[in-house]
Write a protein that binds this ligand. Structure first.
Ligand code: ATR
Length: 263
């Protein structure tokens, strides 16, 4: 039986095992997928388990998406560009690191029918997932990206990689068509991002990378003021779908049942 893991810290809220194990059953694949809470010094050993075939693949979540880079043999173009790996697998006796967050984000936005072309997008946060979101936006032809982060130096680091970013002071607002919460504010149900919703106005797209809880205060408030909203659930499903397809050479179905599974 093949074995797969999602590694992270924290990892207990990850829905990856539920989704992958569901697709194993649906596609008659003899495999198991588990979550594992790890520390940074466990990374090397776990990747060596992929090398010696004790494990067949690993998904990587916060905060290890960068750390794992130094332990794999090769990076895909996407992983290189984003300096972020969420999918690890063996190919011709080499360990490959790949990133499916970029296409996960792109497919989520495209499947919503939202056209990013020439739009202004305001990103809140500068954590691990942000380079993938920026690359996804660029692939879809975004007009301009503004970015704001509590810790200014982290925003500046991103600007060193993506020179056309415009950095906004934390607490200030850029003019935008779409705003993305890529911070961890909202994971706890009473978390609140301080935004002047009435000044922002209506008919914008508010996107939250968080999908659990389903409706962060960011999305609840946005709706109250007449905006479109979307949480990170489809991005999560699509990134998992891409990993699954690479590992098993099978494209599982994303239907109502799959989507409901994660409610
Ligand atoms: P990492 O930074 O390790 O990749 P992450 O969960 O991907 O972790 O990112 C957390 C993001 O949420 C960061 O942008 C963080 O801002 P800082 O860089 O200033 O830490 C942001 N964040 C978390 N809690 C926050 C809070 N209470 N107020 C503002 N930003 C917050």
């Amino acid at each position: 039986m093949k074995k797969y893991l999602v590694i992270g810290n924290p990892v207990k809220h990850s829905l990856s095992p539920k989704l992958h194990n569901y697709w194993f059953k649906k596609n008659n694949i003899d495999a198991i997928y588990e979550k594992k809470l790890i520390k940074e010094n466990d990374v090397e050993k776990l990747i060596s388990e992929v090398r010696n075939k004790k494990l067949d693949g690993i998904n990587v979540t916060v905060p290890f998406k960068q750390v794992v880079i130094s332990y794999v043999d090769e990076l895909s173009l996407e992983a290189k560009e984003s300096q972020s790996v969420n999918t690890i697998f063996r190919k011709d006796n080499k360990i490959l690191g790949h990133n499916t967050d970029i296409s996960g984000f792109e497919l989520a936005i495209r499947s919503k029918g939202y056209d990013i072309k020439n739009k202004k997008v305001f990103i809140l946060g500068a954590g691990g997932v942000v380079p993938s979101i920026i690359l996804g936006l660029k692939k879809m032809g975004v007009g301009k990206i503004f970015l704001s982060n509590r810790t200014h130096s982290k925003a500046i680091k991103l600007k060193e990689i993506f020179s056309d970013l415009e950095i906004i002071k934390w607490g200030e607002i850029a003019e935008f068509n779409m705003i993305i919460n890529a911070t961890s504010i909202g994971l706890n149900s009473n978390d609140e991002i301080k935004l002047n919703y009435s000044a922002i106005g209506s008919n914008k797209l508010f996107y939250d990378v968080i999908y659990n809880p389903k409706q962060t205060n960011f999305l609840v408030n946005a709706k109250k003021f007449g905006n479109q909203t979307e949480n990170g659930k489809m991005m999560f499903i699509y990134q998992a779908h891409q990993s699954f397809t690479i590992w098993h050479k099978v494209m599982p179905k994303i239907d109502e049942e799959t989507i409901k599974l994660l409610d």
